[in-house]
Design a protein around this ligand. Structure first.
Ligand code: TYC
Length: 113
């Protein structure tokens, strides 16, 4: 909490002097925690489907999406974005729902950064 400016009165030789003390405060701002959204590799989801998911839900260009898909394919997983809790949760739900509806086992998770 910010200290408020205070006014001090002190008496000297019968005269009253007013002394103002102004304290500069740096308001403490709290950044919201961020969450990484991860895409996991599997042996069955078609590459084109993963590319489509990255374009559709993460706003990637085709080239970007293809590159990230290949990273997941080769390394097992990749961070596909960093978001607030609510946005990350929504992205994960969208990907999981879309994959399930297309009967692909693609997995998407989130973790605190
Ligand atoms: N490994 C999959 C295949 O060979 C492709 C794939 C890439 C699957 C990325 C999931 O998150 C993934 N068809």
């Amino acid at each position: 909490m910010a200290p408020s400016p205070v006014t001090l009165s002190d008496r000297k030789e019968g005269r009253e002097h007013e002394t103002s003390v102004i304290t500069k405060t740096r308001p403490k701002t709290q950044r919201p925690p961020l969450y990484k959204v991860l895409l996991l590799n599997d042996d069955y989801t078609p590459m084109e489907f993963v590319v489509h998911v990255l374009e559709r839900f993460f706003g990637m260009s085709h080239a970007q999406a293809f590159e990230i898909m290949l990273t997941v394919h080769k390394r097992g997983l990749a961070v596909v974005g960093v978001f607030s809790f609510e946005v990350a949760e929504t992205k994960v739900a969208q990907v999981m729902d879309f994959s399930r509806r297309h009967q692909h086992p693609l997995q998407c998770t989130m973790e605190k950064e």
